[in-house]
Design a protein around this ligand. Structure first.
Ligand code: HEC
Length: 169
């Protein structure tokens, strides 16, 4: 009896190992450059509220048009190192993510805007994938969004990042 049971358990372990292994691997895999994949990654696979805040910024710091009166920006680990080292002029590494919550003056969440560095996705505009979603999760714009690019181009020298450009001075 005991022998049989052990055999069964050993057999299950052998079967389960590759399944569990691939699930763990998938969780750490960055999303492809597609609206729902990026949204799901940032909100569920690796919820952005668990990332670090933009180095040197607190929650609800003052922002400008068009984003909102108050902003809270989160960065993933890949982005955090470059920003902390003030090396954004060299470009953020593949997989870097920035998620910014945009609030009204009375601290109501209006929209979320994010950037995701995907090597080879958009060589003309810093390989950034842009995405904007509403508080209810509806994705309003995603991909090579010309509105976002046209304005953020002003900060091309710091890899399209305005906040980094100011922080460096
Ligand atoms: C008219 C100019 C303008 C447009 C259009 C614009 N942004 Fe921005 N963005 C800014 C400025 C300026 C900042 C710096 C924060 C601030 O002062 O509001 C910023 C900050 C950001 C940040 C934080 C990183 C940084 O650059 O400081 C993200 C992420 C971002 N914007 C995403 C987007 C996305 C996504 C879109 C398009 C849906 C977009 N932005 C459209 C001007 C713009």
């Amino acid at each position: 009896m005991r022998g049989k049971c052990f055999m069964l358990l050993a057999g299950l372990a052998v079967l389960a190992a590759p399944i569990l292994g691939s699930a763990a691997q998938e969780a750490s895999t960055l999303p492809r450059a597609e609206a729902q994949a990026v949204y799901t990654y940032m909100t569920k696979t690796s919820p952005y509220q668990q990332w670090s805040l933009w180095p040197g910024k607190d929650k609800l710091y003052p922002g400008t048009q068009p984003h909102g009166a108050l902003l809270t920006s989160y960065v993933n680990e890949i982005a955090a190192k470059t920003l902390k080292d003030h090396k954004q002029a060299q470009g953020l590494p593949d997989g870097a993510m920035i998620v910014k919550e945009n609030y009204s003056p009375d601290k109501k969440l209006m929209a979320v805007t994010a950037m995701y560095k995907k090597q080879g996705f958009a060589p003309q505009s810093g390989d950034w994938f842009w995405i904007k979603w509403m508080p209810d999760g509806k994705v309003e714009a995603a991909g090579k969004v010309s509105d976002c690019i046209k304005c953020h181009e002003q900060a091309k020298g710091s890899d399209y990042l305005f906040t980094a450009a100011k922080a460096g001075h």
